[in-house]
Design a protein around this ligand. Structure first.
Ligand code: NAD
Ligand code: IPM
Ligand code: MN
Length: 361
């Protein structure tokens, strides 16, 4: 199969982990006789430096013409004091909006050899396998912020949703639940927010179409607590943009590191941009020690969701699992008796295991 992939490495470790995932995709192409072509474009801070804007038009149009997009991460201290329209994060929000990527799927499943790597007790983490479905193009992130008023002493951010925006993400989460354990937790703040009250109404309405799915409503503060005290109770969680952002970093603790969490951001037509959940990690950028697995696992999600290459996706996931089973880990993780390796070594271990696996199949 021929596929054209746009790479948006971005900033900090974004570059390092995107190149790692590209190497893995090239190995998949070779092993399975596919042709993947790649084109790199600027986004975020690197785009500000090279083009004067965090999202150049040529980046958006290259993404529109691609079969799928793989993004690293954006941001860094160099741009932290920029005005809002010249923040790297604007580039990321912009591409999500331009491509209408409203559904952000963030699977959280521990690898068995990393059960010790979580600061949580093994018995708490062991059976956790959940999917956070985060609304990605609405809510607080896309409100209409005010200018500073009242001599700079007042400011407003708005949390707005159209009913149809809630309906499509809720439907998406029911569809996901149907393919899993058929349990949906809708997370909101309906005891306070009007938007959450409408969110609940929509969930109640749509659940009539999915009689096999059990539905639970949970307030976000309680959900934050239950995610780390009893994560096994969750199957699919659906929630608004900001809540989903916060809860997914929290849930990464179950896997041992933020460097392990992949994600898929999809539009209504099934087009996807794939990105690790983590950021540009300025504290370790440029050292070649970042964990590439979140991005490599995001590439696996690309194969699964955009290219319908389930077998190839599983090959990547199995190679990652084997590398961890053999005790290899990057510096963000600890495996007792294991070996600490850098980004490059981890990537090549995954590639070698992937190839070895397919030759014995
Ligand atoms: P971060 O996710 O970049 O880092 C948080 C911590 O996790 C750091 O200690 C970092 O070293 C570690 N970490 C993250 N990914 C890792 C990996 N793959 N391997 C090893 N360690 C890893 O969050 P932050 O420090 O709050 O933000 C830094 C910058 O990244 C900010 O500018 C922020 O806006 C941006 N950011 C971007 C994205 C994105 O592009 N999707 C996501 C989150 C944050
Ligand atoms: C993420 C990030 C982004 C978000 C930032 C960088 C805008 O934290 O992808 O989770 O909040 O969506
Ligand atoms: Mn985040």
């Amino acid at each position: 199969m021929k596929k054209h992939i746009v790479l948006l490495p971005g900033d900090g470790i974004g570059m390092e982990v995107t190149l790692a995932a590209k190497d893995v995709l090239e190995a998949v192409a070779e092993e399975f006789d596919h042709t993947f072509t790649f084109e790199s474009k600027d986004i975020g801070g690197s785009a500000i430096n090279n083009h004067g804007t965090p999202l150049p038009e040529e980046t958006t149009s290259a993404c529109r013409n691609a079969d799928a997009v793989l993004l690293g991460a954006v941001g860094g201290p160099e741009w932290d004091n920029n005005p809002s329209h010249l923040r790297p994060e604007k580039g990321l929000l912009g591409i999500r909006k331009e491509l209408n990527l409203f559904a952000n799927l963030r699977p959280v499943k521990g690898f068995s050899n990393l059960l010790h790597a979580s600061p949580l007790k093994r018995e708490v983490v062991e059976d956790s396998d959940l999917l956070i479905v985060r609304e990605l193009t609405g809510g607080l992130y896309f409100g209409t912020p005010s200018e500073r008023r009242n001599n700079g002493q007042s400011v407003v951010d708005t949390l707005a949703y159209e009913r149809h925006e809630i309906e499509r993400i809720v439907r998406r989460s029911f569809d996901a639940a149907m393919l899993r354990r058929k349990h949906l937790t809708s997370v909101d703040k309906a005891n306070v927010l009007e938007s959450s009250k409408m969110w609940r109404e929509v969930v109640e309405e749509i659940k009539e179409d999915y009689p096999q799915v059990t539905v639970e409503h949970m307030l976000v503060d309680a959900a934050a607590m239950k995610l780390i005290t009893n994560p096994a109770q969750f199957d699919v969680l659906v929630t608004e943009n900001m809540f989903g952002d916060i809860l997914s970093d929290e849930a990464s603790v179950l896997t041992g590191s933020l460097g392990m969490l992949p994600s898929a951001s999809m539009n209504e037509k099934g087009f996807g941009l794939y990105e690790p959940v983590h950021g540009s990690a300025p504290d370790i950028a440029g050292q070649g020690i970042a964990n590439p697995l979140a991005t490599i696992l995001s590439a696996a999600l690309m194969l699964r969701h955009s290219f319908h290459m389930e077998h190839e996706a599983q090959r990547i996931e199995s190679a990652v699992n084997q590398a961890l089973e053999q005790g290899y880990h990057t510096s963000d993780l600890h495996i007792p008796g294991g070996s600490r390796v850098d980004t490059d070594k981890m990537t090549h271990l995954v590639i070698d295991l992937l190839k070895a696996d397919s030759t014995t199949a």
